[in-house]
Design a protein around this ligand. Structure first.
Ligand code: 5RP
Length: 264
Protein backbone atom coordinates (compact mmCIF):
# COMPACT_ATOMS: atom_id res chain seq x y z
CA UNK A 1 0.00 0.00 0.00
CA UNK A 2 1.30 3.45 -0.87
CA UNK A 3 2.36 5.81 1.95
CA UNK A 4 -0.44 8.32 1.29
CA UNK A 5 -3.28 5.85 1.53
CA UNK A 6 -1.69 4.18 4.56
CA UNK A 7 -1.29 7.55 6.22
CA UNK A 8 -4.94 8.48 5.63
CA UNK A 9 -6.19 5.10 6.83
CA UNK A 10 -4.05 5.32 9.96
CA UNK A 11 -5.57 8.71 10.78
CA UNK A 12 -8.99 7.03 10.78
CA UNK A 13 -8.19 3.62 12.22
CA UNK A 14 -6.35 4.00 15.50
CA UNK A 15 -3.27 2.08 16.68
CA UNK A 16 -5.49 -0.51 18.38
CA UNK A 17 -6.95 -1.29 14.95
CA UNK A 18 -10.35 0.17 15.93
CA UNK A 19 -12.40 3.20 14.94
CA UNK A 20 -15.43 5.20 15.97
CA UNK A 21 -16.81 7.25 13.09
CA UNK A 22 -19.53 9.82 13.61
CA UNK A 23 -21.95 10.20 10.66
CA UNK A 24 -23.90 13.42 10.17
CA UNK A 25 -24.60 12.94 6.46
CA UNK A 26 -28.29 12.04 6.85
CA UNK A 27 -29.56 15.36 5.45
CA UNK A 28 -28.28 14.48 1.99
CA UNK A 29 -31.47 12.52 1.34
CA UNK A 30 -33.70 13.08 4.40
CA UNK A 31 -33.34 16.81 5.05
CA UNK A 32 -33.20 18.23 8.59
CA UNK A 33 -33.20 14.98 10.58
CA UNK A 34 -34.25 15.16 14.26
CA UNK A 35 -31.39 16.45 16.44
CA UNK A 36 -29.36 17.24 13.31
CA UNK A 37 -31.26 20.38 12.37
CA UNK A 38 -28.20 22.46 13.21
CA UNK A 39 -25.20 20.22 12.55
CA UNK A 40 -22.70 22.55 14.22
CA UNK A 41 -24.64 22.27 17.49
CA UNK A 42 -25.02 18.49 17.16
CA UNK A 43 -21.32 17.84 16.73
CA UNK A 44 -20.08 20.48 19.21
CA UNK A 45 -18.96 18.31 22.13
CA UNK A 46 -18.80 15.06 20.16
CA UNK A 47 -16.21 15.94 17.55
CA UNK A 48 -13.12 15.47 19.76
CA UNK A 49 -14.22 11.90 20.51
CA UNK A 50 -14.81 10.94 16.85
CA UNK A 51 -12.07 9.11 14.94
CA UNK A 52 -13.69 10.36 11.72
CA UNK A 53 -16.62 12.59 10.75
CA UNK A 54 -18.83 11.37 7.87
CA UNK A 55 -20.26 14.46 6.24
CA UNK A 56 -21.20 16.04 2.90
CA UNK A 57 -19.24 18.94 1.47
CA UNK A 58 -22.11 21.36 2.12
CA UNK A 59 -22.32 20.66 5.83
CA UNK A 60 -18.54 20.43 6.10
CA UNK A 61 -18.12 23.95 4.70
CA UNK A 62 -21.05 25.48 6.59
CA UNK A 63 -20.91 23.75 9.95
CA UNK A 64 -17.56 22.15 10.76
CA UNK A 65 -14.66 24.25 12.09
CA UNK A 66 -11.79 24.16 9.59
CA UNK A 67 -9.27 23.82 12.41
CA UNK A 68 -10.70 20.47 13.51
CA UNK A 69 -8.18 17.68 13.96
CA UNK A 70 -10.86 15.04 13.33
CA UNK A 71 -10.29 13.42 9.92
CA UNK A 72 -13.07 13.93 7.39
CA UNK A 73 -14.81 11.14 5.48
CA UNK A 74 -16.58 12.95 2.70
CA UNK A 75 -19.99 11.58 1.64
CA UNK A 76 -19.81 11.80 -2.16
CA UNK A 77 -22.91 9.93 -3.36
CA UNK A 78 -26.45 11.30 -3.51
CA UNK A 79 -28.95 12.86 -5.86
CA UNK A 80 -32.08 11.27 -4.33
CA UNK A 81 -34.54 12.19 -1.58
CA UNK A 82 -36.72 10.36 0.90
CA UNK A 83 -39.85 11.48 -1.02
CA UNK A 84 -38.46 10.66 -4.47
CA UNK A 85 -39.12 7.56 -6.54
CA UNK A 86 -36.14 5.41 -5.53
CA UNK A 87 -33.37 6.05 -3.01
CA UNK A 88 -31.04 3.70 -4.86
CA UNK A 89 -30.88 5.93 -7.97
CA UNK A 90 -27.69 7.64 -6.74
CA UNK A 91 -24.87 9.31 -8.58
CA UNK A 92 -21.43 10.56 -7.52
CA UNK A 93 -21.99 14.15 -6.39
CA UNK A 94 -18.49 15.40 -5.70
CA UNK A 95 -15.52 15.76 -8.03
CA UNK A 96 -12.02 14.53 -7.27
CA UNK A 97 -10.87 18.18 -7.26
CA UNK A 98 -13.33 18.96 -4.45
CA UNK A 99 -12.32 15.83 -2.53
CA UNK A 100 -8.68 16.94 -2.62
CA UNK A 101 -9.50 20.62 -1.96
CA UNK A 102 -11.44 19.65 1.16
CA UNK A 103 -8.53 17.56 2.43
CA UNK A 104 -10.66 14.45 2.86
CA UNK A 105 -9.05 11.54 4.68
CA UNK A 106 -11.47 9.21 2.87
CA UNK A 107 -14.68 9.28 0.88
CA UNK A 108 -17.91 7.36 1.38
CA UNK A 109 -20.36 6.14 -1.25
CA UNK A 110 -23.49 3.97 -1.09
CA UNK A 111 -24.11 0.84 -3.08
CA UNK A 112 -27.55 -0.76 -3.34
CA UNK A 113 -27.06 -4.45 -4.15
CA UNK A 114 -30.22 -6.13 -5.46
CA UNK A 115 -31.95 -2.84 -6.24
CA UNK A 116 -33.14 -1.55 -9.63
CA UNK A 117 -30.00 0.63 -9.66
CA UNK A 118 -27.55 -2.06 -8.56
CA UNK A 119 -25.34 -1.73 -11.65
CA UNK A 120 -25.35 2.07 -11.52
CA UNK A 121 -24.32 2.22 -7.86
CA UNK A 122 -21.66 -0.47 -8.28
CA UNK A 123 -20.28 1.40 -11.28
CA UNK A 124 -20.32 4.59 -9.20
CA UNK A 125 -18.15 2.80 -6.64
CA UNK A 126 -15.73 1.42 -9.25
CA UNK A 127 -15.27 4.79 -10.95
CA UNK A 128 -14.79 6.53 -7.61
CA UNK A 129 -12.07 4.02 -6.68
CA UNK A 130 -10.42 4.70 -10.07
CA UNK A 131 -10.43 8.44 -9.36
CA UNK A 132 -9.36 8.33 -5.70
CA UNK A 133 -6.67 5.65 -5.61
CA UNK A 134 -4.13 7.61 -7.71
CA UNK A 135 -4.28 10.33 -5.04
CA UNK A 136 -4.04 7.91 -2.12
CA UNK A 137 -7.61 8.53 -0.96
CA UNK A 138 -9.39 5.47 0.45
CA UNK A 139 -12.99 4.77 -0.49
CA UNK A 140 -15.47 3.53 2.12
CA UNK A 141 -18.44 1.69 0.60
CA UNK A 142 -21.77 1.86 2.42
CA UNK A 143 -24.02 -1.15 1.85
CA UNK A 144 -27.32 0.70 1.74
CA UNK A 145 -30.84 -0.73 1.63
CA UNK A 146 -32.93 2.45 1.36
CA UNK A 147 -36.30 1.99 3.03
CA UNK A 148 -36.13 -1.81 2.83
CA UNK A 149 -34.61 -2.39 6.27
CA UNK A 150 -35.80 -6.02 6.30
CA UNK A 151 -33.18 -6.80 3.63
CA UNK A 152 -30.43 -6.70 6.29
CA UNK A 153 -29.87 -10.45 6.69
CA UNK A 154 -26.39 -11.87 7.20
CA UNK A 155 -26.54 -13.51 3.78
CA UNK A 156 -27.46 -10.29 1.99
CA UNK A 157 -24.88 -8.23 3.87
CA UNK A 158 -22.14 -10.79 3.17
CA UNK A 159 -22.93 -10.54 -0.55
CA UNK A 160 -22.93 -6.74 -0.54
CA UNK A 161 -19.74 -6.39 1.53
CA UNK A 162 -17.81 -8.83 -0.60
CA UNK A 163 -18.85 -7.10 -3.81
CA UNK A 164 -17.83 -3.71 -2.35
CA UNK A 165 -14.39 -5.05 -1.43
CA UNK A 166 -13.95 -6.74 -4.81
CA UNK A 167 -14.63 -3.42 -6.56
CA UNK A 168 -11.90 -1.71 -4.54
CA UNK A 169 -13.40 -0.29 -1.35
CA UNK A 170 -10.73 0.00 1.38
CA UNK A 171 -13.35 -0.06 4.17
CA UNK A 172 -16.93 -1.35 4.10
CA UNK A 173 -19.63 0.04 6.31
CA UNK A 174 -22.51 -2.35 6.79
CA UNK A 175 -25.37 -3.12 9.13
CA UNK A 176 -25.04 -5.50 12.04
CA UNK A 177 -27.07 -8.69 11.67
CA UNK A 178 -27.86 -10.80 14.73
CA UNK A 179 -27.33 -13.94 12.64
CA UNK A 180 -24.21 -14.75 10.60
CA UNK A 181 -22.42 -11.46 11.22
CA UNK A 182 -19.18 -13.43 11.63
CA UNK A 183 -19.69 -14.71 8.07
CA UNK A 184 -20.22 -11.15 6.83
CA UNK A 185 -16.85 -10.12 8.27
CA UNK A 186 -15.01 -13.31 7.29
CA UNK A 187 -16.17 -13.01 3.69
CA UNK A 188 -14.98 -9.43 3.38
CA UNK A 189 -11.22 -9.03 2.77
CA UNK A 190 -11.16 -5.39 3.94
CA UNK A 191 -12.12 -3.93 7.36
CA UNK A 192 -15.82 -3.81 8.22
CA UNK A 193 -17.40 -0.97 10.20
CA UNK A 194 -20.86 -1.34 11.73
CA UNK A 195 -23.59 1.13 10.67
CA UNK A 196 -26.30 2.13 13.09
CA UNK A 197 -29.78 2.35 11.66
CA UNK A 198 -32.82 3.80 13.46
CA UNK A 199 -32.50 4.60 17.14
CA UNK A 200 -32.74 1.57 19.48
CA UNK A 201 -35.12 1.48 22.47
CA UNK A 202 -32.34 1.29 25.07
CA UNK A 203 -28.69 2.19 25.37
CA UNK A 204 -27.90 -1.40 26.38
CA UNK A 205 -29.22 -2.67 23.04
CA UNK A 206 -26.74 -0.42 21.23
CA UNK A 207 -23.80 -1.50 23.42
CA UNK A 208 -24.79 -5.15 22.89
CA UNK A 209 -24.85 -5.08 19.10
CA UNK A 210 -21.66 -3.05 18.88
CA UNK A 211 -19.88 -5.36 21.35
CA UNK A 212 -21.06 -8.47 19.54
CA UNK A 213 -20.14 -7.04 16.13
CA UNK A 214 -16.63 -6.26 17.33
CA UNK A 215 -16.21 -9.72 18.89
CA UNK A 216 -17.14 -11.07 15.45
CA UNK A 217 -14.44 -9.07 13.70
CA UNK A 218 -15.78 -5.58 12.89
CA UNK A 219 -13.17 -2.89 13.56
CA UNK A 220 -15.58 -0.26 14.83
CA UNK A 221 -18.70 1.73 14.14
CA UNK A 222 -20.21 4.51 12.11
CA UNK A 223 -23.08 5.37 14.48
CA UNK A 224 -25.15 8.51 14.26
CA UNK A 225 -28.74 8.58 15.47
CA UNK A 226 -28.10 6.22 18.37
CA UNK A 227 -25.66 8.83 19.66
CA UNK A 228 -26.94 12.29 18.78
CA UNK A 229 -30.65 11.43 19.18
CA UNK A 230 -29.91 10.08 22.66
CA UNK A 231 -30.90 12.24 25.66
CA UNK A 232 -27.23 12.34 26.61
CA UNK A 233 -25.17 12.30 23.39
CA UNK A 234 -21.76 12.86 24.96
CA UNK A 235 -22.07 10.11 27.60
CA UNK A 236 -23.32 7.81 24.81
CA UNK A 237 -20.35 8.70 22.61
CA UNK A 238 -17.92 8.10 25.45
CA UNK A 239 -19.51 4.83 26.57
CA UNK A 240 -19.28 3.54 23.00
CA UNK A 241 -15.67 4.66 22.89
CA UNK A 242 -15.10 2.40 25.90
CA UNK A 243 -16.63 -0.59 24.08
CA UNK A 244 -14.65 0.06 20.90
CA UNK A 245 -11.27 1.16 22.24
CA UNK A 246 -11.18 -0.30 25.78
CA UNK A 247 -13.10 -3.56 25.26
CA UNK A 248 -15.75 -2.57 27.82
CA UNK A 249 -18.63 -5.06 28.07
CA UNK A 250 -22.18 -3.86 27.33
CA UNK A 251 -22.97 -3.74 31.08
CA UNK A 252 -19.78 -1.79 31.82
CA UNK A 253 -20.61 0.66 29.04
CA UNK A 254 -24.14 1.05 30.39
CA UNK A 255 -22.80 1.82 33.87
CA UNK A 256 -20.38 4.37 32.41
CA UNK A 257 -23.20 5.96 30.40
CA UNK A 258 -25.30 6.39 33.56
CA UNK A 259 -22.38 7.73 35.56
CA UNK A 260 -21.47 10.30 32.89
CA UNK A 261 -25.14 11.26 32.35
CA UNK A 262 -25.59 12.05 36.05
CA UNK A 263 -22.60 14.39 35.96
CA UNK A 264 -24.44 16.28 33.17
C1 5RP B 1 -26.89 7.32 5.63
C2 5RP B 1 -25.62 6.85 6.20
C3 5RP B 1 -25.34 7.11 7.61
O1 5RP B 1 -23.99 7.45 7.70
C4 5RP B 1 -25.65 5.86 8.38
O2 5RP B 1 -27.00 5.56 8.24
C5 5RP B 1 -25.23 5.89 9.84
O3 5RP B 1 -26.04 6.65 10.60
P1 5RP B 1 -27.09 6.01 11.62
O4 5RP B 1 -26.28 5.39 12.71
O5 5RP B 1 -27.89 7.18 12.10
O6 5RP B 1 -27.89 5.02 10.83
O7 5RP B 1 -24.83 6.25 5.53
O8 5RP B 1 -27.07 6.70 4.40
Amino acid sequence: MDWGIENRLSSLIKEDGRCQFLPIDHGYFQGPTRCLEKPSETIGGLLPYADGLFVTRGVLRSSVPSNTSTPIILRVSGGTSIIGADLSNETVTTSIDEIIRLNAAAVGISIFVGSDYEKQTLTNLSHLVNQCEPYGIPVMAVTAVGKELEKRTGRYLALSCRIAAELGARIVKTYYSPEDFDKVVEGCPVPVVIAGGPKCETELEVFEFVYDGIQKGAIGVNLGRNIWQNRHPLPMMRALHAVIHNNATPREAEALYHELSKKG
